[in-house]
Ligand binder design. Structure first.
Ligand code: FES
Ligand code: FES
Length: 170
Protein backbone atom coordinates (compact mmCIF):
# COMPACT_ATOMS: atom_id res chain seq x y z
CA UNK A 1 0.00 0.00 0.00
CA UNK A 2 1.22 3.54 -0.65
CA UNK A 3 2.93 5.25 2.29
CA UNK A 4 1.60 8.60 3.38
CA UNK A 5 2.27 11.31 5.94
CA UNK A 6 -0.10 13.72 7.59
CA UNK A 7 -0.39 15.88 10.66
CA UNK A 8 -3.20 14.35 12.72
CA UNK A 9 -4.34 16.32 15.77
CA UNK A 10 -0.98 18.03 15.82
CA UNK A 11 1.06 14.82 15.62
CA UNK A 12 3.10 13.82 12.60
CA UNK A 13 1.78 10.46 11.43
CA UNK A 14 3.44 8.11 8.96
CA UNK A 15 1.02 5.46 7.74
CA UNK A 16 -0.13 3.76 4.59
CA UNK A 17 -3.42 3.70 2.75
CA UNK A 18 -4.85 1.86 -0.21
CA UNK A 19 -5.91 4.08 -3.11
CA UNK A 20 -9.55 3.31 -2.21
CA UNK A 21 -9.31 3.90 1.55
CA UNK A 22 -11.60 6.69 2.72
CA UNK A 23 -10.30 9.28 5.17
CA UNK A 24 -13.04 8.31 7.65
CA UNK A 25 -11.77 4.72 7.61
CA UNK A 26 -8.16 5.80 8.08
CA UNK A 27 -9.25 7.85 11.08
CA UNK A 28 -11.51 5.25 12.69
CA UNK A 29 -10.11 1.88 11.66
CA UNK A 30 -6.39 2.58 11.33
CA UNK A 31 -5.86 5.39 13.84
CA UNK A 32 -8.67 4.22 16.18
CA UNK A 33 -10.04 7.75 16.61
CA UNK A 34 -13.65 6.68 16.93
CA UNK A 35 -14.96 10.11 17.93
CA UNK A 36 -15.44 10.71 14.23
CA UNK A 37 -18.69 8.93 13.37
CA UNK A 38 -19.80 7.33 10.15
CA UNK A 39 -23.52 7.65 9.59
CA UNK A 40 -24.15 7.29 5.87
CA UNK A 41 -20.89 7.04 3.91
CA UNK A 42 -22.58 9.03 1.15
CA UNK A 43 -21.70 12.60 2.22
CA UNK A 44 -25.21 13.35 3.46
CA UNK A 45 -25.27 13.26 7.27
CA UNK A 46 -22.12 15.17 8.28
CA UNK A 47 -21.35 12.90 11.25
CA UNK A 48 -17.88 12.24 9.81
CA UNK A 49 -16.90 15.93 9.54
CA UNK A 50 -13.28 16.75 10.40
CA UNK A 51 -11.07 19.74 9.67
CA UNK A 52 -8.56 19.49 6.82
CA UNK A 53 -6.22 22.47 6.92
CA UNK A 54 -8.85 24.15 9.07
CA UNK A 55 -11.75 23.61 6.67
CA UNK A 56 -14.68 21.32 7.55
CA UNK A 57 -14.66 18.26 5.30
CA UNK A 58 -16.88 15.19 5.28
CA UNK A 59 -14.25 12.52 5.72
CA UNK A 60 -16.37 9.88 3.98
CA UNK A 61 -16.13 11.91 0.80
CA UNK A 62 -12.34 12.17 0.76
CA UNK A 63 -9.73 9.54 0.04
CA UNK A 64 -7.08 9.09 2.69
CA UNK A 65 -4.35 9.75 0.15
CA UNK A 66 -5.86 13.16 -0.56
CA UNK A 67 -4.72 14.40 2.85
CA UNK A 68 -1.09 13.55 2.19
CA UNK A 69 1.05 16.21 3.92
CA UNK A 70 -2.05 18.04 5.17
CA UNK A 71 -3.31 18.83 8.65
CA UNK A 72 -6.33 16.86 9.88
CA UNK A 73 -8.13 17.63 13.12
CA UNK A 74 -10.72 15.29 14.59
CA UNK A 75 -12.95 15.89 17.59
CA UNK A 76 -10.24 14.32 19.76
CA UNK A 77 -7.97 17.23 18.82
CA UNK A 78 -10.58 19.96 18.99
CA UNK A 79 -9.70 21.38 22.42
CA UNK A 80 -6.05 21.68 21.39
CA UNK A 81 -6.81 23.47 18.14
CA UNK A 82 -4.51 26.44 17.62
CA UNK A 83 -5.92 29.59 19.16
CA UNK A 84 -8.28 27.72 21.47
CA UNK A 85 -8.55 28.60 25.13
CA UNK A 86 -9.74 25.32 26.63
CA UNK A 87 -11.98 25.22 29.70
CA UNK A 88 -10.70 24.07 33.08
CA UNK A 89 -12.07 20.64 32.16
CA UNK A 90 -9.95 20.58 29.02
CA UNK A 91 -12.87 21.12 26.67
CA UNK A 92 -13.15 23.34 23.64
CA UNK A 93 -15.67 26.16 24.30
CA UNK A 94 -17.93 24.53 21.73
CA UNK A 95 -17.97 21.26 23.68
CA UNK A 96 -18.69 23.17 26.87
CA UNK A 97 -21.51 25.13 25.23
CA UNK A 98 -23.09 22.02 23.69
CA UNK A 99 -23.34 20.57 27.19
CA UNK A 100 -24.61 23.80 28.74
CA UNK A 101 -27.22 24.42 26.03
CA UNK A 102 -28.34 20.79 25.69
CA UNK A 103 -27.08 20.77 22.11
CA UNK A 104 -27.00 16.99 22.06
CA UNK A 105 -29.16 14.05 23.01
CA UNK A 106 -27.92 10.74 21.60
CA UNK A 107 -24.68 12.45 20.57
CA UNK A 108 -24.24 10.65 17.27
CA UNK A 109 -24.18 13.83 15.20
CA UNK A 110 -22.25 15.82 17.78
CA UNK A 111 -18.63 15.29 16.67
CA UNK A 112 -19.54 16.39 13.16
CA UNK A 113 -21.54 19.35 14.44
CA UNK A 114 -18.63 20.43 16.62
CA UNK A 115 -16.13 20.24 13.80
CA UNK A 116 -18.38 22.05 11.33
CA UNK A 117 -18.99 24.75 13.93
CA UNK A 118 -15.27 24.99 14.70
CA UNK A 119 -14.61 25.56 11.02
CA UNK A 120 -17.19 28.31 10.95
CA UNK A 121 -15.80 30.11 14.00
CA UNK A 122 -12.29 30.08 12.53
CA UNK A 123 -13.44 32.31 9.70
CA UNK A 124 -16.44 34.01 11.29
CA UNK A 125 -15.95 34.49 15.04
CA UNK A 126 -19.31 36.23 15.54
CA UNK A 127 -21.81 34.51 13.26
CA UNK A 128 -25.51 35.33 13.19
CA UNK A 129 -27.98 32.51 13.84
CA UNK A 130 -28.65 32.39 10.10
CA UNK A 131 -24.94 32.01 9.40
CA UNK A 132 -24.67 29.23 11.99
CA UNK A 133 -27.64 27.42 10.45
CA UNK A 134 -26.12 27.80 7.00
CA UNK A 135 -22.74 26.44 8.15
CA UNK A 136 -24.42 23.42 9.75
CA UNK A 137 -26.89 22.67 6.98
CA UNK A 138 -24.84 19.67 5.85
CA UNK A 139 -25.02 18.13 9.32
CA UNK A 140 -28.15 16.20 10.24
CA UNK A 141 -29.47 15.69 13.76
CA UNK A 142 -32.37 13.36 14.43
CA UNK A 143 -32.80 14.36 18.07
CA UNK A 144 -32.48 18.00 18.97
CA UNK A 145 -34.44 20.00 16.43
CA UNK A 146 -31.31 22.17 15.92
CA UNK A 147 -32.46 25.10 18.10
CA UNK A 148 -30.19 24.17 20.99
CA UNK A 149 -27.30 23.42 18.65
CA UNK A 150 -27.50 26.93 17.20
CA UNK A 151 -27.74 28.36 20.72
CA UNK A 152 -24.64 26.38 21.70
CA UNK A 153 -22.60 27.68 18.78
CA UNK A 154 -23.73 31.22 19.57
CA UNK A 155 -22.73 30.81 23.22
CA UNK A 156 -19.35 29.33 22.28
CA UNK A 157 -18.67 32.20 19.89
CA UNK A 158 -19.41 34.69 22.65
CA UNK A 159 -17.20 32.79 25.11
CA UNK A 160 -14.34 32.63 22.62
CA UNK A 161 -14.62 36.33 21.87
CA UNK A 162 -14.56 37.07 25.61
CA UNK A 163 -11.45 34.92 26.03
CA UNK A 164 -9.77 36.72 23.14
CA UNK A 165 -10.63 40.12 24.60
CA UNK A 166 -9.22 39.06 27.98
CA UNK A 167 -6.05 37.87 26.27
CA UNK A 168 -5.66 41.24 24.57
CA UNK A 169 -6.09 43.08 27.87
CA UNK A 170 -3.69 40.81 29.79
S1 FES B 1 -20.78 9.49 7.09
FE1 FES B 1 -19.94 11.13 5.98
S2 FES B 1 -21.59 12.45 5.59
FE2 FES B 1 -22.50 10.73 6.59
S1 FES C 1 -28.07 14.35 19.13
FE1 FES C 1 -28.86 12.50 18.26
S2 FES C 1 -28.57 12.78 16.14
FE2 FES C 1 -28.04 14.68 16.98
Amino acid sequence: MPAMNLLLNGQAVATEAAPTTLLVDLIREVRHLTGTHSGCDTAQCGACTVLVDGQPVKSCSVLALQVQDREVTTVEGLAALAGTVATAEGLHPLQDAFMACHGLQCGFCTPGMLMAAAGLLRTNPAPSDAEIAHALEGNLCRCTGYVNIIAAVRQAAQAMQGATAQGVQA
